[in-house]
Design a protein. Structure first.
Length: 255
């Protein structure tokens, strides 16, 4: 089971000109991922973008077999004359038509480079969202040829409640500011997103490598947790190891 939400990248591209010339557009690549088991724990993903009070993009898609969500590869947003213009981005993970996890961001789009903005929908943030998905349960189809279109009447910023207070978003189980300084974002690097592969432009693209969660932890050991310090004692050997949380219900089944 792959935990990456593959092909969930949206490019917000600025284009601006001066004296009849067109500058090389910058942009923002929104990268969605999760560490839970999909489509078991998240069976639909919503991505919603507004700017200056206007809806730029609003769509909710069912997770298909293999963890694929067919959101479009690019979405252009034309820049205003104000370089301080911001976009608000909300990503929501749904399960059985109910919002389970949410990530919010307010950020400006770099005018001179393409940056990548990671918005993980991870286990530690489960419970950060509440509300109903715009998709009916009957619409959630695992068929690969079903394309679910935009839900024009759905407003995710008012119909999906954020578990944190205004101006905050859940990051790893803690509420923190949702405003991000775009200068701190990394340049867009598709290999760091798609498991060492280039961005998949078509169905025949060579796939990257995903972390083999199930096989990696098949022979794992359970470590006791010191509840007073919320920590575990690391094993002396081997020198390299992976650590996972053992959960009830959510996550990968250990075989």
């Amino acid at each position: 089971m792959k935990s990456w939400l593959r092909r969930t990248a949206v490019l917000l591209a600025f284009s601006a000109g001066c004296n009849g010339t067109v500058a090389k557009p910058g942009g923002l690549m929104v990268v969605l991922s999760t560490d839970v088991s999909i489509p078991k724990d998240i069976d639909a993903i919503g991505l919603y973008i507004t700017s200056a009070g206007k809806v730029i993009y609003s769509n909710t898609e069912a997770v298909q077999p293999g963890g694929i969500v067919r959101l479009p590869a690019t979405l252009n947003v034309v820049a205003s004359d104000d370089p301080r213009r911001t976009v608000r981005i909300r990503a929501v993970g749904y399960a059985k038509n109910v919002a389970r996890v949410l990530r919010d961001t307010i950020v400006t789009v770099p005018p001179d480079r393409v940056a990548q903005l990671r918005m993980p929908l991870n286990f530690l943030s489960f419970g950060s969202a509440s509300g109903k998905s715009p998709l009916s349960l009957a619409t959630l189809s695992p068929r690969s040829d079903v394309q679910l279109g935009p839900q024009a009447s759905f407003d995710a910023f008012t119909q999906i409640a954020n578990g944190c207070s205004d101006g905050q978003t859940d990051v790893g189980g803690s509420c923190t500011t949702l405003t991000i300084d775009a200068t701190t974002l990394e340049d867009y690097d598709p290999e760091s997103i798609f498991g060492g592969a280039a961005a998949p432009e078509d169905e025949n693209a060579v796939p990257g490598e995903c972390f083999p969660t199930a096989s990696c932890f098949a022979q794992g050991s359970v470590l006791p947790v010191d509840e007073a310090t919320c920590s575990v004692a690391l094993p002396a050997t081997p020198a390299r190891f992976n650590v996972a949380l053992q959960t009830s219900g959510i996550g990968f089944a250990r075989t």
